[in-house]
Design a protein around this ligand. Structure first.
Ligand SMILES: Cc1cc2nc3c(=O)[nH]c(=O)nc-3n(C[C@H](O)[C@H](O)[C@H](O)COP(=O)(O)OP(=O)(O)OC[C@H]3O[C@@H](n4cnc5c(N)ncnc54)[C@H](O)[C@@H]3O)c2cc1C
Length: 298
């Protein structure tokens, strides 16, 4: 019932959509089978309309698809991509960005406006919505330190409103959005006056660290596990000699043991098996229960 209504809306409003979409094309890991439909709203009003149409059915939102992978099986539910929702503007020390803006584009806007505070995030390949959802972090800093507020769609009340920083309930790789009732429409970031040169230098330094330590030339979804208390997940995995260990085409990166890379044709089932194997060994040796950061959509 919802599907014919959705299609009618998409046709009437010239919204881009792909039927029988290859989900691997939507995610940086390049993993997943086909799905019923992916829709690409081109403005926030269309996004809200589509969320309202899909309100009572199962669907999934993806931003830049850099922290998730889809089932190998047919995904019989709509995917809403935010990648065309990419407007942003600056007012004094506040940057406002729609949820589909890439994090990198917002870092560059901040640089251009000589605003400091987002340098840590330069190189995180996700979108603003995904970054807020995940409380994206790097080099000891996180979204929670710069965000002021977000405009959200509430699935329960079907209303849109603004939440304060505190109402995001940020924690390590966590926000209120993980409860599944709210969706990010746009977010505002409070930044400090800075010097273009210094901001640029720090952004480049951070990017170079990534280039030197991460397998950026291979498809992946970033760090697989949330950092446990104590040593990092990658240090634990490395200590078990698992760098290069593979299940099919899913492989623990030889460059960074916290990443799993897709060696060409990896299946979600192979990634899941590899994750289970790593978790089992880490638990057996160190009595630490690793938790996945990356999201398996099925
Ligand atoms: C090479 C590489 C390096 C990385 N480095 C880092 C790093 O340093 N730090 C870090 O934190 N992460 C890192 N990541 C992971 C990832 O880039 C971040 O978590 C990013 O914030 C995810 O954004 P995304 O748009 O790709 O999210 P997606 O993968 O598209 O989605 C992730 C989750 O967010 C939800 N979501 C997306 N948009 C919205 C929205 N508008 N409203 C509500 N929910 C939404 C999705 O439903 C999904 O559950 C890295 C990934 C890669 C591949």
């Amino acid at each position: 019932m919802y599907f014919s209504y959705l299609l009618k809306y998409l046709f009437n409003n010239s919204v881009k959509f792909i039927l029988n979409v290859k989900t691997a094309d939507l995610v940086s890991f390049k993993i997943g089978g086909k799905a019923k439909i992916a829709v690409f709203p081109k403005n926030i009003n269309e996004f809200i309309d589509i969320l309202t149409i899909l309100n009572d059915t199962k669907f999934v939102i993806i931003g830049n698809g850099t922290n998730c992978y889809f089932t190998d099986d047919y995904f019989d539910h709509p995917i809403v991509s935010t990648r065309l929702l990419n407007k942003a503007y600056v007012d004094k020390n506040v940057v406002t960005a729609e949820c589909g803006c890439t994090i990198n584009s917002i870092c560059k806007i901040a640089l251009k406006s000589e605003l400091s505070g987002l340098e840590f995030a330069y190189g995180i390949p996700g979108s603003i919505g995904g970054g807020v959802y995940m409380n994206a972090s790097a080099f000891g800093d996180s979204f929670s330190s710069v965000i002021l507020s977000s405009k959200v769609y509430d699935k329960k009340s079907k209303a849109t409103y603004t939440i304060t920083k505190e109402e995001h309930r940020f924690d390590t790789k966590h926000s209120i959005f993980k409860d599944g009732n709210l969706y990010v429409l746009e977010s505002t970031f409070g930044l400090n006056d800075g010097k273009c040169n210094e901001i640029n230098q720090l952004m480049l330094k951070n990017m170079n660290k990534r280039i030197n330590t991460q397998p950026l030339d291979m498809p992946s979804a970033g760090s697989v596990f949330i950092k446990p208390d104590g040593p990092s997940a990658s240090a634990l995995i490395d200590s078990l000699g698992l760098k290069g260990y593979s299940v099919g085409d899913a492989q623990v990166s030889k460059k960074h043991a916290g990443f799993i890379v897709n060696n060409g044709n990896a299946k979600a089932t192979e990634v899941n098996e590899l994750i289970s194997h790593i978790k089992h060994l880490v638990n057996e040796k160190y009595n630490i229960a690793l938790k996945e950061e990356i999201i398996y959509i099925n």
